[in-house]
Design a binder for this molecule. Sequence first.
Ligand SMILES: [Zn+2]
Length: 249
Amino acid sequence: MRNMGVEKMKLNIDFEKLVEAFEESDITNHFFIDTQTSKILCINEAAEVQVRKKLNQLNNDRYFPIPSRNKEEHLFLRELFIYQHIHDESIAEKFHQTLERKKSIKDFNELLQNHPNLNEQWFTYEYDHIKNEVITWLCEHNIELENQNLTPTILIKELTSEEIQHMPDEIKDFKPYACLRCHNKKGMKTRIFSINISPENKLIEQETQRIMKEQFGITHHGGWSGGAQEFLTASRCMQCGSEEIFWDY
Ligand SMILES: [Zn+2]
């Protein structure tokens, strides 16, 4: 990983342009960010002559290669979509079948045309997935996009013991069990927080950690997802003070 210092690299690239590049990047379309000019470059193997030479020229610190997407990743994302969004078994089966064929992606996309509702859901699903991938990538490479705030508003609120009592059993019964450092099992208090957003990318995770530390003095938290509502969990060992606690039912 390059640019590991505290200093962030600032680039003046439109986020949506970056999402497009991530979407189209594959084994024949090579995308790069020119960090000096904030431009996105594309080398298309079919359209360019001397492709290797050009790629070699871009093989230095000035140019950041954008990760390329292979067919397996395209198929995997579609499989996930089928599981999460297609609840009618016979329709789901038809979609699964397209992915086993030779022209899987083309067939999958064609079948989507017959289901306008799903078609729309798929585009949102794919866009969100790539968007989060881009945000995580930017975060990992310590890159900040100028004049664009990619962090959504994060609201975290600690539940009172009375509020916890009114929670569904699945979360009420989820409790700190043992300290991972000293194995103590006694006297650990349960703290549960509601959060308005799911930890879908690294930026949200980092920001959540910052808020937990600043507002609640917590350096280590866990998560619990109840479908529509996300929760954060935290505890502390009475014996050694560690916040790394194993939770269980
Ligand atoms: Zn302990």
